[in-house]
Design a protein around this ligand. Structure first.
Ligand SMILES: Nc1nc2c(c(=O)[nH]1)N[C@H]1C(S)=C(S)[C@@H](COP(=O)(O)O)O[C@H]1N2
Ligand SMILES: [Mo]
Length: 249
């Protein structure tokens, strides 16, 4: 069976056929990351173990009555506004870079793909927090489906918006990419993701601060290095304001 046929069958067909979570944790890439950690010092070992811990999850009773919209609230790029006007019917999430099978995934496919729902606290460096419920596709499932290269080290999220005239983007390493709470959320508090919160799709990477939670994600790129991508520091705020690339909480 050729790759073209498989892509056609899987992406053009009824929906995303994704491997289960058990197979994600068994992926060679994740195992290799762990092995590297294990070969390093004892403290690095603890760091790796720690980074696999789950962020606290809450109940519906804890949901914030108001979840602030911050940063960009509506992209101006024609690429996004055109899709927004059409209800994102022809929008596709592009998954590319260092993958064997680049994907173009529709919102309908994302909505019917295996999902995880989590109620978590979002912490912004500006000093506010809010608890929201997020539903979306585990990023690891998509990366596994795309055949992530064993040479890839980072996942870059290219967003539709400019912030203060510069493209917003973010990146995470493979430990966070395959963390069970790292999802591409299409639903917030049981409703389709609103424009203000990043429609049609945003990242939730729950062990990190608010600015890592990329909204308006259009394209995902697997790379070996962050050098050469925009300012080279792995994210909008990292490039422009010296924020930490790893914003752990
Ligand atoms: N594309 C994009 N993503 C973004 C931002 C942005 O301006 N553009 N702002 C970041 C910051 S600083 C925060 S706190 C959160 C805000 O998410 P919210 O609007 O859903 O509260 O999104 C993050 N992701
Ligand atoms: Mo933020």
């Amino acid at each position: 069976m050729t790759i073209i046929t498989r892509r056609h069958a899987l992406i053009g067909g009824a929906g995303l056929m994704l491997a289960g979570c058990d197979r994600i944790t068994a992926s060679p890439t994740v195992r290799r990351v762990l092995t590297l950690g294990e070969k390093a010092t004892m403290s690095a070992q603890h760091l790796v173990t720690d980074r696999h811990a789950l962020a606290p999850e809450f109940t519906r009773a804890d949901l914030s009555p108001v979840f602030r919209e911050n940063g960009s609230r509506r992209p101006a790029a024609p690429d996004w506004t055109g899709h927004a006007a059409a209800g994102f019917a022809d929008w596709r999430l592009m998954v590319g870079g260092m993958v064997a099978h680049p994907l173009a995934v529709s919102l309908a496919q994302l909505r019917t793909a295996p999902a995880r729902t989590q109620i978590t606290r979002h912490d912004c460096v500006e000093g506010w927090s809010a608890i929201g419920e997020w539903t979306g596709v585990p990023l690891g499932l998509l990366l596994k489906r795309a055949g992530l290269s064993s040479n890839a080290r980072y996942i870059v999220f290219h967003c539709a918006d400019d912030y203060a005239g510069q493209p917003y983007y973010e990146s995470i390493d493979l430990v966070d990419a395959f963390h069970p709470q790292t999802i591409l959320a299409h639903t917030m508090n049981g409703q389709p993701l609103s424009v203000g919160h990043g429609a049609p799709l945003r990242l939730r990477v729950e062990r990190q601060l608010g600015y890592k939670q990329a909204k308006y994600v259009m394209r995902i790129e697997a790379v070996a290095t962050l050098a050469g991508i925009h300012g080279g520091k792995g994210g909008y705020w990292e490039d422009h304001s010296g924020y930490q690339w790893y914003a752990g909480i």
